[in-house]
Write a protein that binds this ligand. Structure first.
Ligand code: ADP
Ligand code: MG
Length: 705
């Protein structure tokens, strides 16, 4: 390690003004161990101190304000915990109250009535009165033009940090000390000059200075762009490297022929014409499978776009070439559903399809495992049970995963090992669309196919938002639809934290429906996660066979369930569901030829975010649009299933907003690797050195697929 690096690796307590106590606190509270960590501890916002507000203009809507005025009064009020210091600041236009609850003694001593001050803080309004609690305050210094001409960085803080003087201001000071200490060559540039020039962004050194203390808005923008780019770029470079290396190095089975199974199915069994998109994707897959390189392909498509049939026909390609195939789904119900529909599709064909999950036990399980190893089973469908050690294939040529989210590293590795010779071809199907930026990141090392077309003849589902006072009308509507021979889902939320209450809601809802739709004219199924699998299955099957008209359920029916005759989806407490969940649920209807409806029931009062979710659902049926909206509303870290993935822990990049930067980063990374796959050229030494120095960070990604 060079001398210049060692400065950044210094332990944080050695920074002037930090010391052992605060150092310990920085480690514990913010994960800041070294100078480097502090340097990369970016502000989460800036306060614009380039402007002063007039006190007269402040109202209840005001947010943070900077004021310049004379301190007119200062007194301690109240006793004990209510003890506070109250001051009055006056400018030419009016006066406002400043209040401090902490540091009262010290502030009282240091502030001087009659002097000019600059105060900065967030406006608080309480019962019509306006004040500023805990403003930052310092004497006005007419000579110091800096005072009114910078963006002050604000850093995430905690109570404990505040108590030890490491509030936003204290952190600002520490970072200033650090930046003053650093020299240009302590922060080695990691991007080639020609890239910097092309993008017209700051150097690394400049960007890291400006991200903390931007002299003006343009400098801040440039710094941000630079750091966002850097973060996204190295991830893309790594992902594309993995993809290329895999293609170069990892051989895959060659499936040279389309044969008997595929052709019989295609010409005699397939009950409909494939959509253009399905055909295109099958061609892309076919192309992969004949090259001798292992396929690693992501198949994206909206709910109901017909991914299953593409998966099935891919399996037939494997079978035609003498291999076995498997399909792994995230839940028992979804796996069951795949098993049913695939068994149906393949009826009368000389193929063995088996189902395996944790619930398949004893003799049955043994038989399946034996037949699988003997090569008597052609297709195995199931849950995670498929990747357990005792499950051995004779020759697994293709593994399909239908994912709610990306399976973990270990699971993937196990899937690979299910084949003794070469790794099986992998097709990853997403259960629900994911935004482009997220796909590029989470699945950036895979090839991507998209089904962007729904099967013909589908009528767009009509989505309506209704509140409790419309209940009777909704029930009347349900009666009409049932009279027409349709079936209806009624879905209730059920989350672990409030499971008891939720179950009660569900049961109350069920009772109400029993009263409104009495036996024997009507039959109602009920399914929830707390039921025994056998009971669940029984109820489910009754609905699937059309013996019950209404299915009352929790989100266990969310994924995959396919009952084309069901035309109405009623969602209760809609405000409690996430967008992608709602879209999945809605996708359970609109699968037949009939006009379908999705009715979103909610309380009258809604949070802004809940209202936006519901409006999005009413506005669009397009899963990709919904995924984008979801990403914007909740941020990438909260999108279902991605939480555990460390890949999305960006310091500064934001997948909801930085799509264009990401696109550019990926394009540039791809071009670099096209010209210099091993980063051997002189102009790419910075890239290479940076990747090597950070190999630990990048290793995580390389082990994912
Ligand atoms: P998803 O992409 O959500 O997994 P599925 O594969 O479950 O969608 O397909 C949804 C429904 O559409 C199924 O009933 C399936 O049989 C039907 N389907 C698939 N492809 C076509 C097609 N090309 N034409 C008509 N119906 C189709
Ligand atoms: Mg599906």
């Amino acid at each position: 390690m060079s001398k210049s690096n060692s400065i950044l690796e210094s332990s944080i307590e050695y920074l002037k003004g930090v010391g052992p106590v605060r150092g310990e606190l920085l480690k514990k509270e913010l994960g800041i161990f070294t100078f480097r960590d502090l340097l990369f501890h970016f502000p989460y916002r800036y306060v614009d101190k380039t402007q002063f507000h007039r006190i007269r203009d402040i109202n209840q809507e005001s947010d943070t304000v900077q004021l310049r005025g004379i301190l007119r009064r200062l007194e301690v009020q109240g006793e004990g915990r209510k003890r506070r210091l109250v001051g009055k600041l006056r400018d030419e236009t009016g006066a406002i109250e400043l209040v401090w609850f902490k540091g009262v003694h010290w502030l009282e001593k240091s502030l001087v009535v009659g002097q000019q001050y600059v105060a900065y803080g967030r406006v608080n309004s309480f019962r019509g009165a306006i004040n500023i609690p805990h403003p930052e305050i310092e004497p006005l210094n007419p000579a110091n033009t800096q005072q009114a001409s910078t963006f002050a960085p604000v850093y995430p803080s905690t109570e404990k940090l505040n108590a030890k003087g490491l509030d936003a201001k204290g952190q600002r000071k520490a970072i200033k000390v650090l930046l003053d200490k650093l020299q240009e060559n302590d922060l080695v540039e990691n991007l080639p000059d020609y890239v910097l020039k092309k993008l017209n962004v700051s150097s690394r050194y400049q960007a890291l200075q400006d991200i903390h203390f931007p002299p003006h808005q343009q400098a801040l923008d440039a710094a941000r762009n630079r750091l966002k780019f850097e973060e996204l770029f190295f991830l893309q470079l790594r992902l594309l490297q993995i993809r290329r290396r895999r293609k170069d190095a990892i051989k895959g089975f060659v499936f040279p022929s389309i044969g008997e199974y595929f052709n019989t199915f295609f010409h005699q069994k397939l009950p409909f014409d494939l959509t253009g998109a399905q055909k295109r994707v099958l061609k892309e897959i076919r192309q992969d499978l004949r090259t001798g390189v292992q396929m690693n392909r992501l198949l994206q498509g909206d709910v109901g776009s017909g991914k299953t049939i593409v998966g099935l026909m891919t399996m037939l390609m494997a079978l035609d070439n003498g291999f076995q195939a498997c399909l792994m789904a995230p839940t028992e119900i979804l796996a069951q559903q795949h098993y049913q529909s695939i068994s149906n599709y393949l009826e009368d064909m000389p193929l063995q399809v088996a189902f395996l999950s944790g619930s398949v036990k004893g003799k049955k399980r043994r038989e399946i495992l034996e037949a699988l190893e003997a090569g008597e089973i052609h297709i195995l469908i199931g849950t995670h049970a498929l990747i357990e050690d005792p499950v051995r294939f004779q020759n697994l040529g293709l593994a399909i995963t239908d994912e709610q989210h990306r399976f973990g590293v270990a699971q993937r590795a196990k899937l690979w090992k299910k084949s003794k010779t070469l790794p099986p071809h992998i097709l990853v199907m997403t259960a629900t669309p994911i935004p482009r930026t997220l796909a590029m990141t989470l699945y950036g090392d895979l090839d991507v196919s998209v089904i962007d077309e729904l099967p013909p003849g589908r009528k767009a589902i009509q989505t309506l938002h209704k509140t409790e006072n419309h209940r009777l009308r909704v029930i009347g509507f349900m009666r009409e639809e049932i009279a027409k021979g349709r079936q209806i889902y009624v879905v209730f939320p059920l989350i672990e934290e409030s499971a008891k209450l939720d179950l009660k809601n569900l049961e109350d809802g069920y009772e109400n429906l029993l009263r409104e739709f009495p036996m024997p004219d009507y039959q109602i199924s009920i399914v929830h996660g707390r039921m025994k699998p056998a009971d669940k299955d029984f109820e489910m099957q009754r609905f699937v066979r059309g013996e019950t008209q209404i299915m009352v359920a929790t989100t266990v029916i969310e994924v995959g369930v396919n009952v084309p005759n069901a035309s109405v989806m009623i969602i209760e407490n809609t405000e409690r569901f996430g967008l992608s969940q709602l879209h999945q649920l809605r996708g359970r209807v609109g699968r037949g030829a009939e006009q379908s409806y999705c009715i979103l029931m909610s309380s009258f009062k809604l949070s802004k975010e809940a209202r936006e979710r519901i409006q999005t659902m009413v506005r669009t049926n397009n899963g990709f649009d919904i995924a984008e909206a979801d990403l914007k509303l909740r941020g990438p870290g909260n999108i279902e299933g991605t939480q555990q993935s460390g890949m999305l822990n960006f310091r500064i990049a934001d997948l909801a907003r930085d799509g264009r930067i990401l696109q550019t980063a990926r394009e540039i990374a791809a071009r670099i690797l096209d010209h210099d796959p091993r980063l051997e050229q002189d102009i790419h030494q910075r890239l290479r050195q940076y990747m090597e120095a950070n190999s630990k960070k990048f290793r995580v990604w390389s082990r994912i697929s």
